[in-house]
Write a protein that binds this ligand. Structure first.
Ligand code: B1M
Length: 211
């Protein structure tokens, strides 16, 4: 579809104004918000990653593409989030220590919020202690995102910190992010892994028995 192809191209070249206009045009053409997200935005970021790997893009290009995606997400957010009345549970979510990637984490948070969870977003570069404190303050699920192989060990460190603080048994731990796998989740003692934002919702509901 030409509109989504134009949108995808705008994100790839980091043109935030055109990306935003592209989302608005697609919405006016009655394209589903989820389709715009998947085929226009996420697809564009996958291409950006491929070009980075191929040495065609450098950090600034990745950064402006990410900013264009964030901008284009704005009109989609209220459509992706349907307000629930009573929260299903509280999810504390963050990108782990050392890691500044937040687009995927934000999408997961948005989808969980849309599914009826109360969200406490700790942001990026979240220390194990910050996760522990948030769990103490009251959480059903601790959700960690990592996009770098070098920051995945911070997930293990956070689970250990939860154990050492005596709060591990009171929360479920779910993890995700491009380099993370089910096998890694099992290896570090997380309760669950999901590959994308929509399966994260199914996983979170399952973890608290609300599936
Ligand atoms: Co970075 N980066 N980056 N980057 N970046 C990657 C991740 C990389 C794969 C690019 C590449 O080499 N092809 C590579 C990692 C290699 C590796 O570790 N194996 C990489 C690198 C190397 C780096 C730097 C080290 C570069 C440098 O400085 N030399 C640096 C690190 C900075 C740091 O964090 N300390 C860096 C910096 C950046 C920017 C700041 C420029 C920017 C981030 C901006 C931002 O997030 N605000 C950036 C970007 C944009 C990317 C790519 C291109 C796109 C990431 C993204 O947003 N994807 C990325 C390449 C790629 O992934 N294709 C890359 C879209 C997003 C929707 O997907 O985050 O995977 P994702 O989230 C998905 C799922 O993974 C899942 O659901 C989401 C929605 O479906 N998911 C969860 C995510 N979290 C979840 C949690 C869950 C469940 C599911 O439960 C809790």
């Amino acid at each position: 579809m030409a509109t989504l192809e134009d949108l995808r191209a705008a994100v790839i070249r980091g043109d935030a104004a055109s990306a935003l206009a592209g989302v608005e045009k697609a919405l006016a053409e009655n394209v589903e918000a989820q389709t715009i997200l998947n085929d226009g935005l996420i697809n564009a970021m996958t291409e950006v990653g491929a070009r980075f790997e191929a040495g065609e893009f450098y950090i600034p290009e990745m950064l402006i593409a990410a900013r264009a995606m964030q901008k284009a997400l704005e009109p989609l957010k209220p459509l992706l989030v349907e307000s629930g009345t009573k929260p299903l549970g509280t999810v504390v979510i963050g990108t782990v220590q050392g890691d500044l990637h937040d687009i995927g984490k934000n999408l997961v948070a948005m989808m969980l919020e849309g599914a009826g969870f109360a969200i406490r977003d700790l942001g990026t570069n979240t220390t194990p202690d910050a996760f522990v404190q948030a769990a103490r303050d009251g959480a059903d699920i601790v959700a960690m995102s990592a996009l770098l192989t070098t920051t995945m060990p911070a997930m293990k460190a956070t689970i250990e910190a939860l154990e050492n603080a005596g709060v591990r048994s009171g929360v479920k731990v779910m993890i995700g992010g491009a380099p993370v796998t089910q096998a890694y989740a099992e290896q570090i003692g997380a309760d669950g892994y999901s590959a994308d934002a929509s399966s994260a919702v199914r996983l979170a509901k399952g973890l608290i028995g609300a599936a």
